[in-house]
Structure formats: structure tokens, C-alpha cells
Design a protein around this ligand. Structure first.
Ligand SMILES: Nc1ncnc2c1ncn2[C@@H]1O[C@H](COP(=O)(O)OP(=O)(O)OP(=O)(O)O)[C@@H](O)[C@H]1O
Ligand SMILES: [Mg+2]
Length: 291
């Protein structure tokens, strides 16, 4: 069952409609994003991206720097609006109900086009459906670990003690018991990101967005967090969009991987599919010598 569907998403940055149109026309002729930038002066974030992410899937978005990964993930929580295309999200999917992995590529009736949400609906969507883990942790320095994790729950109808109980539960789940009253700057990077993960999980949203969430960590700590994420996901069944520019990380954590190049989605598939049937040389180069 599809949870998130991007349909023909293009993003040309800082261009008016008619300026974007000329850039899109060049892209449609096959011009690459570097040449389009040179010709028109506009940056191509994404071009004609079609992607269906299934409920309960851990989906990696991979590509070199500037390929459009952050642009893509920011469309899902509408930090960015596309130049053209649609984004459908099935808001009836609840992370507490394990979803069967049925591959359909239709849009369910309960899916909504998130570009049509008004301000209030958008706020609700962001609070109830999406949570995010950031590359540089994004913790509030003047708050304790417990307060940081409980902070995202303030919009819920929960008493302070319930919020603190929930925060404690999730700190325990990510392997950080007994650090509740510490402050973020007293923790290592790996611990801080565990707090970031606990904060995102505590909100109990069905979709988790992770933009290079482990990229700032040392390899050993990074490995531990990857294991922790996989272990949690086996129980939580969330829909996770995980961005990385590291193919080894993508192969380890991703059930499927989407590869971006110059704003175009060149291939989506399991690590096996990408290895055995790379769509082009760019994918083949990433997958070379991976087993
Ligand atoms: N706010 C912006 N204004 C103008 N151009 C932008 C903006 N954000 C991104 N871009 C451009 O869009 C393209 C895709 O950028 P994006 O940040 O999505 O790439 P990325 O794959 O996340 O890269 P990285 O691995 O470096 O984070 C790049 O050419 C970038 O310069
Ligand atoms: Mg990025």
C-alpha cells in the first residue's frame, strides 16, 4: 500500500512561472541540470520525479551532493512547494497498525494531496503525520534531554507527567536511560542523535523523515545507530524516508533505494535490483564491488 506518492515533481529554485517553464522545456529535451543552470541561471532541484513509497518501508534516497535529496524530502513536509507535480500522502495509515507489503501503485481513497492543505490542515498534518531527525541533531541547548524529547508532545492533549513518561519510555528505547536530566552539550554526538531519534519517535507519527541523520557521526557510532534504527523499525513499522550520500549505509538500512542524479530519479529498487540491473553507469558505479 502506498503511503507517500510523488507525481511528476519538478522544482526550479527562485524562478517565476514563465522562467521555470523555459528551464523545464530544456530539461524535457534532455538537457542536464548543470547545463540548464548555465543556460538559464536557475537551479534545478528536481525534475519529473515519480516515486511511490510503501507503508512500513524504510526507503533510502541516495545521490551525490546537489543531486536533490534534501529538496525531495523537504517536499514531503512541505518546507518546499514544487514548481509542478503532486504529492499524495495516505493519512489514514497509522504507524501502530503493521501494514502488509502489497505492491500497488494506485492512490488510495484516503490519500490526500498535501499541496491543497490550508494553513491549519498543514499544521495538523505536520504534527500528526510527520516527524523529522536532523543531521545536526537540532536539540535545544537550554533544555534537558527529557525536556527535549517531551517538547514535541506539547501539542498533544497530555499532562506534563504523561509527556515525561512518554519521553522516558523513548529514551529507554533508544538506549539512553538515566540521562534525562543531562543537557545536550554534556552528551557525545552519537548520544545527542539518539535523543533526536527519541524525540521524533515520541510523537508517534507514521512517517519519519531522516536527512543525513547519521552522516555527522564517527563510523563506529554511525554503525550502532544504523543497527538501532533497524531494530526499532522491525517493531515500529513506520514509513521512513532516509537520506544518505553513502551507498554502504543505503544498502545496509534501505529496503529499497532511490538514486538521484542532477535532480532526476534514475532508479528505484532493492539493493539487489540495483546491483544486478543498474539503470545506467551512474548507478552501476555506486554498486560496483558491493555485495
Ligand atoms: N534554497 C535554494 N535556492 C536555490 N537553489 C537551491 C536551494 N536549495 C537547493 N538548491 C539547489 O538545488 C540542487 C539540489 O540541492 P539539494 O540540497 O536538494 O541537494 P542534496 O542532494 O541534498 O545535496 P547534499 O548532499 O549536499 O545535501 C542543488 O543544485 C542546489 O544548489
Ligand atoms: Mg542535502
Amino acid at each position: 500500500m502506498n503511503h507517500i506518492q510523488l507525481k511528476n515533481i519538478s522544482k526550479i529554485y527562485n524562478a517565476t512561472d514563465s522562467q521555470a517553464k523555459s528551464a523545464l522545456a530544456l530539461l524535457a529535451e534532455g538537457m542536464d541540470s548543470v547545463a540548464v543552470k548555465a543556460h538559464t541561471g536557475y537551479s534545478v532541484g528536481l525534475y519529473d520525479v515519480n516515486l511511490a513509497i510503501e507503508a512500513g518501508e524504510l526507503h533510502c534516497i541516495m545521490g551525490l551532493s546537489g543531486s536533490g535529496k534534501s529538496t525531495l524530502i523537504r517536499h514531503i513536509n512541505r518546507l518546499i512547494d514544487p514548481t509542478s507535480g503532486q504529492i499524495w500522502v495516505d493519512t489514514a495509515i497509522d504507524s501502530t497498525t503493521p501494514m502488509p507489503s502489497v505492491k500497488t501503485h494506485t492512490t488510495a481513497e484516503s490519500a490526500i494531496n498535501i499541496l491543497q492543505l490550508n494553513d491549519k490542515e498543514l499544521q495538523q498534518y505536520r504534527q500528526q503525520t510527520i516527524s523529522m531527525v536532523f543531521q545536526h541533531f537540532g536539540l535545544m541547548p537550554h533544555m534537558t534531554v527529557l525536556q527535549n524529547v517531551a517538547y514535541g508532545l506539547r501539542v498533544r492533549k497530555m499532562s506534563i507527567s504523561e509527556r515525561h513518561e512518554t519521553a522516558k519510555h523513548w529514551l529507554n528505547e533508544v538506549g539512553l536511560p538515566n540521562l534525562e536530566s543531562s543537557y545536550p552539550d554534556e552528551l557525545s554526538g552519537g548520544m545527542q542523535q539518539r535523543v533526536g531519534l527519541a524525540r521524533a519517535l515520541a510523537t508517534d507519527t507514521p512517517i519519519l523523515l531522516m536527512d543525513e541523520a547519521f552522516s555527522a557521526l564517527d563510523p563506529l557510532i554511525r554503525n550502532q545507530l544504523q543497527d538501532q534504527l533497524l531494530e526499532l523499525q522491525a517493531r515500529l513499522n513506520k514509513t521512513i524516508v532516509f537520506i544518505t550520500h553513502d551507498i554502504d549505509e543505503a544498502i545496509k538500512v534501505g529496503q529499497r533505494i532511490s538514486i538521484l542524479n542532477g535532480g532526476r530519479l534514475v532508479q528505484t529498487g532493492t539493493p539487489e535490483e540495483l546491483r544486478h540491473h543498474p539503470a545506467d553507469d551512474y548507478v552501476a558505479q555506486f554498486m560496483r564491488a558491493k555485495h
